[in-house]
Design a protein around this ligand. Structure first.
Ligand SMILES: [Mn+2]
Length: 359
């Protein structure tokens, strides 16, 4: 056994069931003592297909109490101290403001020409996105200032822009390893500047310090996005889901993982949209698509990334949705949803991977 970190009470047992009132992963670590800061961002205003990811952070928190803290892949990530930051009221306020005003714009398919009311709705949603980005960026900068690993827990995929900004500023040339069914390279989807479907486009167009984007699991894409990838002249590298399936049939996956990871620069940000996984693992996510990575596929990428000597400087997990609202606390059901269970375990592995690269 290693030495017990100071933040754990002497009675703490990593193998025991977590107290329902405990923090993320059953730990109750003050942020000052934690090497990992998880920022929950309950926001999904531009969700176009199926809402619910705004309840993701609460659902993942509750499901995290079931995650075993010892990990055969990455050891004892909990010893670093993992703290869910106190919920910033600004996110709920922005969600309350932007969500209802986004609905009529989405219903109109983003075609707002000549309609002043819709134009005002769209402007309000875009302003909320600006504010959200600023709040996320400031929180991540504060975590970085304290030497902590910043982790953003969505929410939909629009939320981590501020984290990417803060990290690219600190690590010029930063690479992004992006797991997703979608490329998210659309230009202002449905008119929204800060749409979940535009997150990587916004990152590539608006953030100077990003060196390369490596996208894994893609299987639902517009022609405009393919053109954009092509025009990047190698700045964007895609591993398509059909290539991945074919490599499986031919027994070439291990080499393909190594080759994909080799495209990344030394410093890496992971943006993990849970819909990159097989929807069997995330049936309630906002925009599920058949195909996708298995659990073990995703783990193989994380293990290879850690082995490769690269350094994970920050990450997000987004688009985890517990499904229909329930009668339990925080709009959750009586029991943990399967999506939240998978999300909590994935979050723990992502954090474990990142910590393993920082040693
Ligand atoms: Mn996405």
């Amino acid at each position: 056994m290693s030495q017990r970190p100071d933040f754990l009470p002497p009675s703490f047992d990593a193998g025991a069931a977590a107290d329902p009132d405990s923090g993320l992963f059953g730990l109750s670590v003050p942020p000052e003592a934690a090497q990992v800061h998880v920022l929950g961002v309950p926001f999904d205003a531009t969700t176009s297909y199926r809402p619910g990811t705004a309840r993701g952070p609460k659902a993942v928190l509750r499901a995290s109490h079931q995650v075993d803290l010892y990990d055969r892949y990455f050891g004892r990530p909990y010893e670093a101290g993992i703290a869910l930051l106190p919920e910033a009221p600004v996110f709920g306020e922005l969600q309350g403001k932007a969500y209802p005003r986004a609905r009529p714009v989405i219903d109109a398919g983003g075609r707002i020409e000549g309609n002043a009311e819709l134009a005002a709705d769209l402007a309000a949603v875009n302003r909320a996105g600006d504010e959200l980005n600023r709040a996320v960026r400031e929180s991540v900068e504060s975590s970085l200032g304290q030497g902590a690993l910043p982790v953003v827990l969505g929410g939909d995929h629009s939320v981590p822009f501020g984290a990417m900004e803060a990290l690219a500023r600190r690590h010029p040339g930063l690479g992004i390893l992006h797991f997703d069914a979608h490329a998210d390279l659309r230009h202002a989807y449905e008119g929204f500047t800060w749409s979940h479907a535009s997150i990587l486009r916004n990152a590539m167009d608006r953030i100077d310090g990003i060196g390369r984007l490596v996208q894994v699991g893609l299987r639902d894409i517009s022609e405009e996005e393919v053109e954009y990838q092509r025009a990047s002249e190698g700045r964007i590298v895609a591993l398509w889901d059909d290539e991945w399936a074919e490599a499986g049939l031919e027994g070439r996956r291990a080499a393909l993982i190594r080759r994909t990871v080799a495209h990344l620069p030394r410093e890496v940000y992971i943006s993990f949209d849970v819909d990159g996984l097989d929807p069997v693992l995330c049936p309630n996510t906002g925009t599920p698509v058949p195909g996708g990575l298995s659990w073990h596929d995703a783990m193989a990428f994380l293990v290879e990334l850690a082995k490769s000597g690269r350094r994970v400087v920050g990450l997000d997990l987004v688009e985890v949705s517990p499904g229909e609202p329930g009668d339990g606390p925080d709009g959750l059901g009586e029991h943990d949803s399967w999506d939240a269970n998978v999300g909590a375990r994935l979050l723990y592995r992502l954090i474990g991977c990142a910590l393993a690269t920082r040693k």
